[in-house]
Ligand binder design. Structure first.
Ligand SMILES: [Zn+2]
Ligand SMILES: [Zn+2]
Length: 358
């Protein structure tokens, strides 16, 4: 077969500029690219012709020789190989025709669990019932009915192309599957994935706080399958932890704060005050004359943290009685008249400062 003139193949004049040549090659290569013309032998022949022409006139040195020799020109006697064409396309188009190697990862899933502070302190295990999208095993993720398949006539069911084709060795008629689907899978209804309810044991480590995120690798969704592409990584499952507010404790990092209401006699006379801990209760001995708002530190009674266990801070606050029986009222009045100046040194100091201003 006589070789066509390379300029005719690209549809440009002999004196076309390198830019014009490149534009013409680009347009024709896009038009006849095998990825866009699957199974079209005519398009593939055109594509090879265009690639061969560009391989010569796209190269200034070869173009000069071709212009001088015309039909006598030989370019090493061989048309460009598929690899050479691919290199040419990469140079001209960048990543436009880069084929996907594998699917992306499946979707991640997020579930929230709510635990109480005591569980956050010592760690806890929970069973989580999750719904994941997994690859359909009935059709192996193809989406078609496995019993209603017709063998592919082009490749005889092998899925392989009879001749080594440009870019791909799979049969283009069946996309390498070896058969033609005729109906949807009766399990996934063509969705390729099916919902699966799964019970998962979740280990919540000691010391978690609200907002802590636990990751269960590959317990999210499977990737939506694509024929001919290896499956991607299954997504992850994230468990968001929510720690309930506690009636007695507030949290500051690994430390716990607890406010304990006491009476004036408790602090003035001294008392044994029962205070809560995460495990139960304990008693602190309050010495006589303890000021209101005083904090007591109970080391190691907090939550596990990075630098070991936190502390429990107990703060004692006087509750002023708002309801007084006649007896209590009389007793308080008697107390008031019985106290001497030295009983309230801070108040005496304050009164002196007030007087000094006048
Ligand atoms: Zn086939
Ligand atoms: Zn299926």
């Amino acid at each position: 077969m006589a070789r066509r003139d390379y300029y005719d193949v690209l549809g440009v004049k002999k004196n076309a500029s390198p830019d014009e040549l490149k534009r013409a090659f680009r347009a024709l290569a896009l038009k006849y690219h095998p990825d866009r013309n699957a199974g079209d032998a005519d398009a593939e022949r055109h594509f090879r012709e265009v690639a061969e022409a560009w391989g010569v006139v796209g190269d200034p040195e070869k173009r000069a020789r071709y212009d001088r020799l015309g039909p006598l020109f030989t370019d090493s006697g061989r048309p460009p190989s598929s690899d050479q064409i691919n290199d040419m396309l990469r140079e001209t188009f960048g990543g436009l025709f880069r084929r996907r190697r594998a699917e992306g990862p499946g979707e991640d899933l997020t579930y929230t669990i709510t635990i109480v502070l005591e569980e956050a302190a010592r760690g806890v295990e929970r069973t989580l019932v999750v719904q994941r999208q997994v690859r359909c095993v009935r059709c192996d993720g193809t989406g078609d009915h496995p019993e209603n398949r017709i063998p592919c006539a082009s490749c005889g069911g092998s899925g392989k192309s009879a001749t080594r084709r440009l870019f791909r060795s799979e049969c283009v008629a069946c996309d390498g599957k070896g058969y033609k689907p005729t109906s949807k899978c009766d399990r996934c209804n063509g969705e390729k994935r099916v919902p699966l309810e799964e019970s998962l044991r979740v280990k919540v480590p000691a010391g978690v706080a609200t907002g802590s995120k636990l990751r269960l690798r590959q317990k999210g969704n499977d990737t939506p399958p694509v024929v001919g592409i290896p499956p991607g990584v299954t997504g992850d499952l994230y468990v968001l932890v929510n720690v309930e507010e506690h009636a007695l404790f507030r949290r500051r990092g690994p430390d716990l704060l607890c406010e304990v209401p006491v009476t004036l006699p408790d602090l003035a006379l001294g008392a044994d005050v029962v205070v809560p801990t995460l495990e139960g209760t304990t008693t602190i001995r309050v010495p006589p004359g303890t000021p209101s708002g005083k904090s007591f530190r109970l080391p190691g009674r907090g939550l596990p943290g990075e630098a070991g266990k936190g502390d429990l801070h107990v703060r004692l606050d006087i509750e002023t009685p708002s309801l007084l029986s006649p007896e209590a009222r009389a007793a308080l009045l008697a107390f008031s008249t019985a106290t001497v100046g030295a009983s309230h040194p801070r108040r005496a100091e304050f009164q002196d400062a007030l007087k000094a201003r006048r």
